[in-house]
Design a protein around this ligand. Structure first.
Ligand code: GAL
Ligand code: ZN
Length: 609
């Protein structure tokens, strides 16, 4: 894993650059990302380009042997542009226009924004596209972050209607698919359809889901226009995006198809714990078809944007780096080189403190680099995964729109299964549920909510190939338009399971356990009714009137668990694989026949036990 850093030369006096660059090189860093927020600095007024300073920054980095990752600046269009063409700004759901002063305030659909993006990216790529210094382009910055994908402007309304026309042959088909008869919501024509604007109570979930899909597509289309420019003007360079994978706003698999390489911004303090961080590394790999991902921004110390911004104990930054390396990350850049003296992120740590003296993160980054260079190659080679976890953005959206139990999320379901795999020493591929699943030993489908023929076919093919498939609660419940199926659940698989979901319940009390594992059931519970003789009930509920009812059932290679706490998944997966899971707080990897443990309770890395 190569190490680098994010640097903002435009925020520091040029007299300081040489010292910074020399320190970066001496720290063993190999790449530096620059430029992604500097639009106004190189185009202070329309078509009045000022490239000289950026030329010098690029040259200095190159002269020191550092690779440049150049960001396109479309997350922070300058204020002069918004004044000239206010239609680039996003509109909130209440109809108010979002104002300048922050970032990601632009509408991904707006023809003016698209035009200006292409114009600036083309200018940037003409200048640096063939520079030997620039090996990689970062396209935009955190597309869709800060919930910026959904916009309620007029351009979006029109584009949404066009998007619906392409999806449904007639408006009658749309009304049918959406169940618009419910509450008299029948849309008289495509031109009458409105974005989900604030109303009295909930909107039709079908409309909400369509809006999320549409918004994601708009972001991807806007990125595509940049990619076209970069591919033409900067041949042979890698294209990369950096996503915040803590939420699911844009279908990043679509982005991966566009760029072939996906990165993520790794801020463990914004995650729910170390297993969530490990999951994000694995998710990121899955977004670009197994291509080793990048961490484009790595937390180097405390951050400024969580509710509490706790301290980062000594040893933590190094271990975050090792975790990324063990999950197969190819390149990791720390964010940021030096803590900012002004602007919105003054309490965010850098590798250097505000006064340019080294912060603790720098020493750990240096040590990490030395350790990685000294490590046996086999330790850093991720073997092919035997376990896959299915993950799809539309499931995340459908469960967010209609969670049944406030606070329960798609992510929590997926994480429970991923924690189980980590504690059982399994590398995990996070995969598209419609892809080929037949090469794995075990496929976990912890949150496969929407039921499409392609998903059922993929799971069926895996079962036919001898793969063990485990589905979780709320599996295969609704169709592709978010309407409940008209058949026993899990849809498409109940006959094969020899059992069906009898009740889909919430479990808000925390009192219901699962026997024989003797662990809590979790917050969403499905209770099975068994109707075939050869079904094995692997576990039952234990608590109140649920006591004795089937919680986990199996028939052949198909297993269904209606209880989905991390503890249930861990016990179940340990049984299925025949391994003793590690305690909570430990991640286990097998590298070249050696057991490697990351113990997050003690911040230690143990090799070869
Ligand atoms: C990321 C963003 C960076 C910086 C960082 C702070 O979301 O891409 O520009 O804001 O967070 O942690
Ligand atoms: Zn818009």
């Amino acid at each position: 894993m190569r190490l680098g850093v994010c640097w903002y030369p435009e925020q520091w006096p040029e007299s300081r650059w040489a010292a910074d660059v020399a320190m970066m090189r001496d720290a063993g860093l190999e790449l530096v990302r620059i430029g992604e927020f500097a639009w106004n600095r190189y185009e202070p007024a329309r078509e009045q380009w000022d490239w000289d300073w950026l030329d010098r920054a690029v040259e200095q980095l190159h002269g020191a042997g550092l690779e440049v990752v150049l960001g396109t600046p479309t997350a922070t269009p300058p204020i002069w542009l918004a004044r000239e063409r206010p239609e680039v700004l996003t509109t909130a759901s209440d109809g108010s226009r979002r104002q300048v002063g922050s970032r990601r305030h632009t509408c991904p659909t707006s023809p003016a924004y698209r035009e200006e993006s292409v114009r600036v990216v083309a200018a940037l790529a003409e200048r640096y596209g063939t520079s030997p210094a620039v090996t990689t382009w970062q396209v935009d910055n955190e597309p869709g972050n800060h919930d910026s994908a959904r916009c309620w402007c007029d351009a979006c309304t029109l584009a949404f209607r066009g998007w619906l026309r392409a999806r449904y042959a007639t408006v009658d088909d749309l009304n049918e698919a959406w169940g618009a008869v419910f509450w008299s919501q029948v849309w008289p024509s495509f031109d009458a359809v409105e974005l989900p604007r604030p109303t009295v109570t909930a909107h039709n979930p079908a409309l909400e889901l369509a809006h999320r899909r549409f918004a994601s597509d708009q972001v991807v289309d806007a990125l595509r226009e940049q990619v076209v420019q970069l591919t033409a003007l900067s041949p042979g360079r890698r294209l990369l995006t950096n996503h915040y994978l803590g939420d699911a706003v844009v279908d990043c698999r679509d982005v991966g198809r566009l760029t072939g390489l996906v990165g993520h911004d790794n801020y463990p303090h914004g995650a729910s714990g170390p297993y969530d961080v490990g999951f994000r590394h694995d998710l990121c790999r899955g977004l670009a078809d197994g291509v080793a991902p990048w961490v484009v921004e790595q937390q180097p110390g405390p951050v400024n944007w969580t509710p509490t911004n706790p301290p980062v104990p000594p040893g933590q930054v190094r271990l975050w780096g090792w975790q990324a390396a063990l999950h197969g990350v190819e390149t990791l850049l720390f964010f940021r080189w030096r803590a900012a003296r002004f602007g919105q992120e003054q309490y965010h740590a850098g590798l250097l403190r505000h006064d340019a003296t080294p912060d603790r993160g720098l020493a750990e980054a240096v040590r990490l680099g030395q350790e990685l260079r000294a490590a046996a190659p086999a330790l850093l080679a991720r073997p092919p995964a035997r376990v896959a976890i299915t993950y799809a953005y539309d499931d995340a959206w459908a469960l967010e729109i209609d969670p049944h139990l406030t606070g329960m999320t798609h992510r929590s379901l997926v994480l429970a299964a991923h924690e189980a795999a980590s504690r059982c020493g399994q590398d995990v591929d996070v995969v598209d549920p419609e892809g080929d699943l037949t090469a794995y030993d075990v496929v976990l489908a912890p949150a496969l909510h929407l039921c499409t023929p392609a998903r059922v076919a993929a799971l069926t093919a895996a079962l036919d190939a001898g793969v063990t498939v485990v589905v979780g609660p709320r599996a295969l419940v609704k169709d592709d338009d978010d309407a409940w199926l008209d058949e026993p659940l899990p849809g498409g698989l109940a006959a094969r399971l020899g059992a069906r979901v009898g009740d889909a319940l919430t479990e808000p009390t925390g009192q219901v356990a699962v026997a024989p594992y003797d662990v809590p059931a979790g917050s969403w519970t499905d209770v099975y009714e068994v109707h075939a003789d050869d079904v094995t009930v692997l576990a039952t509920y234990d608590g109140g009137w649920l006591t004795g009812l089937p919680a986990v059932v199996r028939r052949g290679g198909l297993v269904a668990t209606g209880a989905a706490s991390a503890e249930v998944w861990t016990a179940l997966l340990g049984d299925l694989l025949g391994v003793e899971p590690a305690p909570r707080g430990v991640e286990v990897f097998w590298r070249d026949g050696q057991r490697v443990e990351l113990d997050w309770r003690t911040l230690t890395l143990e090799k070869g036990t």
